[in-house]
Design a protein around this ligand. Structure first.
Ligand SMILES: C[S@@+](CC[C@H](N)C(=O)[O-])C[C@H]1O[C@@H](n2cnc3c(N)ncnc32)[C@H](O)[C@@H]1O
Length: 240
């Protein structure tokens, strides 16, 4: 079976696998009130780069979860190497292994689009405390895509659909959130021309070369180049 985009990210251990990378995450966190009592969940944590950054820089409790076994291994290795006391789970955002009202802040960076987002958003709402904050960073189309554009995007990423900003806001509110603010908005091209910092940690160059995985990552770069002005991302900050 051909690898998915997420298999390729996991294979090469791509860090900060979301638009804006760690610099955007840092600026979002600076705007939140995070104390020693804060329970924070990094849902779909990937290699654990964001979780590790949070644990190093904030006094809060960090819990991380991801579905992909390779990603979970990479995150575990990182946390052990840096001796970071982070609770790590392999599990599904659509059915979280946590009690109701467990977290004050939930960070979801480029994850929901790969899931059944209706189920995931309901789960995230369930485990968030009533006065908690959900930060969702998601691929978002700048306008409704044609069926051909949707098909091309979905084929590369193995997803069902790319949503517009209005569609994401609708879905988040449908899950029970009362208010949704946009904290950041960029098309791929406007993001690239704003001179983002390069992620210094990049990816795992010790992984043996694998043509299928490389092709998948190249498909990703290619389609973002072709659709750079109609595809972008938004950061949605939702509260109950
Ligand atoms: C694009 S990567 C982003 C990883 C990380 N948040 C980051 O920004 O670097 C998407 C991640 O979501 C995870 N993922 C996808 N579907 C998931 C699900 N249903 N439950 C938990 N994690 C999932 C993938 O394994 C992958 O690590």
């Amino acid at each position: 079976m051909k690898p998915t985009y997420q298999d390729a990210l996991a294979y090469y251990g791509v860090n900060g696998a979301h638009p804006g990378g760690l610099p955007l995450t840092k600026s979002l966190l600076e705007q939140e009130h995070i104390t020693a009592a804060t329970e924070l969940l990094d849902a779909g944590c990937g290699t654990g780069q964001t979780s590790a950054y949070i644990k190093r820089n904030y006094p809060c409790h960090v819990t991380s979860i991801d579905y992909h076994p390779t990603m979970v291994n990479r995150a575990r290795h990182r946390f052990q190497k840096e001796q970071l006391p982070i609770r790590l789970f392999q599990g599904n955002v659509e059915k979280l292994p946590f009690h109701d009202k467990s977290f004050d802040i939930i960070l979801v960076e480029s994850v929901l689009i790969f899931t059944d987002w209706k189920k995931s958003l309901k789960e995230l709402k369930r485990v968030l405390k009533p006065n908690g904050v959900l930060l969702v960073l998601e691929m978002t189309s700048e306008r409704k895509l044609t069926s051909n554009e949707q098909y091309n995007m979905c084929s590369v990423y193995g997803i069902e659909k790319v949503l517009t900003e209005q569609e994401w806001i609708y879905e988040i509110k449908e899950a029970g959130f009362a208010s949704v603010d946009i904290k950041a908005a960029h098309s791929v091209f406007s993001y690239l021309s704003s001179s983002p910092e390069i992620d210094e940690e990049g990816l795992d160059l010790t992984a043996p070369r694998n043509t299928e995985m490389e092709n998948k990552l190249m498909e990703h770069s290619h389609i973002l180049y072709v659709y750079g002005n109609i595809i972008g991302y938004r950061v949605y900050r939702a509260t109950c």
